[in-house]
Design a binder for this molecule. Structure first.
Ligand SMILES: NC(=O)c1ccc[n+]([C@@H]2O[C@H](COP(=O)([O-])OP(=O)(O)OC[C@H]3O[C@@H](n4cnc5c(N)ncnc54)[C@H](O)[C@@H]3O)[C@@H](O)[C@H]2O)c1
Ligand SMILES: O=C(O)C(=O)C[C@]1(C(=O)O)C=C[C@@H](O)C=C1
Length: 378
């Protein structure tokens, strides 16, 4: 870590802390990587599967791991629940039956907040304080393999303390989260679900419905899939997200999402009417309005527009070219996080999509590849 964060010490090193992560997947693993190796910090992972615990340790994501909730929770100062939304309440229940370290903080990373915060509030957690959390960063990928030290960097991290949550506990959690380099935003759990329903849950649902609509047409004619280009890809990346994670999110925020779906249907009806009326001015106005709002979104903030920094490179169709590009990037110490060949028409060069976790890596890669005479597009 560079600059101010390399020196950042939220806790006294003479008083070591234990952080327990339940569910070391994309988000739990990314958090674990932010904390592991910091002075005086011990990170323990929990999974229900022995083979997963072995994987967490082998990948160096946690210091040690266990299949026992009690063992992971024992003497922990911070407990992060990073399992699917549908499992969160069971974990809170289980923890409420265990002797926890007095003054410890239990938090979660679930994409919905009202249900888990309400549930935790009903329980008498033994000397522990529950604070709902939700990092607004992620990806369509899942599992510890997709975890990254940089996933949460610059993203918003929502905390939903209750009015009666002691402020010093919220501050303590905020101090710990500085290691993620995310920006903490506090709001109420119900409001969180309404807003995140609109900017995250509804878009996922629309992306999935759109892909499935086109997949239906494609059954009659393969050209749909083959011609699908930038526009379709941009709006549908999140349609590849994990089905189980999203089943739980949508069911947990069901009422909010149902209302949003109705509003969406009204938006579609408005478009249908503009088309029926051949109202060109009305169509232009819709695009003008949306462009104006979209241009106000934070630039390249993770979790808002894209979780990755990407560019597209035209590649001539000859063997070894992809390996050559990957080697050039590696030799220049540019960290490539993903590389994908995108199908193209027969008469044009292939297109390679390169993804990076850091905007600096994207900038360096673009400059390097252009200097090597590759055509690079954003
Ligand atoms: N994916 C995202 O973009 C994103 C972003 C922010 C928050 N979240 C939230 O983070 C949480 C984890 O999501 P993720 O994307 O890291 O998923 P993931 O699949 O990468 O990780 C989930 C973890 O939970 C474990 N798990 C799965 N089912 C379990 C069960 N029945 N019992 C116990 N453990 C189980 C898995 O082994 C894995 O370690 C979810 O609550 C999700 O809503 C996800
Ligand atoms: O970038 C993505 O792939 C995401 O889906 C991230 C995203 C989002 O919708 O913005 C998804 C779920 C979360 O709970 C938070 C962030």
């Amino acid at each position: 870590m560079s600059g101010e964060f390399s020196d950042f010490k939220p806790f006294n090193e003479s008083n070591p802390i234990k952080i327990a992560i339940f569910g070391v997947g994309l988000i739990g693993g990314s958090l674990a990587l932010c904390f592991k190796g910091k002075p005086g910090v011990e990170v323990v992972g929990h999974s229900v599967n022995q083979s997963s615990t072995e994987k967490y340790v082998a990948r160096g994501v946690v210091d040690w791991a266990t299949t026992s909730i009690a063992e992971a929770a024992k003497d922990a100062d911070f407990l992060f629940l990073c399992v699917p939304v549908g499992r969160l309440e069971e974990y809170v229940d289980e923890l409420s039956r265990l002797p926890l370290k007095p003054g410890c903080i239990i938090t979660d990373v679930g994409s919905t907040k009202a249900s888990v915060v309400h549930h935790a509030d009903k329980l008498a957690l033994q000397g522990a304080v529950f604070i709902g959390g939700h990092p607004m960063a992620g990806s369509e990928r899942s599992g510890v393999e997709a975890a990254s030290l940089h996933l949460l960097e610059n993203a918003f991290y929502v905390l939903t303390p209750m009015e009666r949550t002691p402020v010093e506990y919220v501050e303590k959690l905020e101090r710990l989260l500085k290691w993620t380099r995310a920006h903490v935003v506090k709001t109420d759990a119900v409001q969180h679900d309404v807003i995140v329903g609109a900017i995250s849950h509804l878009p996922h649902l629309i992306a999935v419905a759109l892909v499935n609509q086109i997949a239906g047409y494609n059954e009659q004619n393969e050209l749909y899939r083959r011609l699908a280009a930038g526009g379709f890809r941009d709006i549908t990346r999140i349609a590849s997200s994990d089905p189980l994670i999203w089943r739980d999110i949508l069911l947990s925020n069901r009422e909010v999402v149902l209302k949003l779906v109705k509003d969406w249907q009204a938006e579609m009806d408005r478009f249908a009417k503009l088309l029926e009326d051949e109202d060109g001015e009305g169509i232009e106005e819709q695009f003008r309005l949306s462009g104006r709002f979209r241009s106000q979104l934070p630039e390249r903030r993770k979790g808002m527009i894209t979780s990755l920094y990407e560019c597209y490179v035209d590649v001539p169709d000859h063997p070894g070219i992809i390996g050559k590009i990957a080697t050039e990037l590696g030799q220049a110490q540019i960290n490539l996080s993903n590389l994908q060949i995108i199908e193209s028409r027969e008469d044009v060069p292939g297109i390679l999509r390169l993804s990076f976790q850091q905007s600096e890596d994207l900038d360096k890669a673009t400059a390097l590849l252009k200097s090597l005479q590759y055509a690079v597009h954003m």
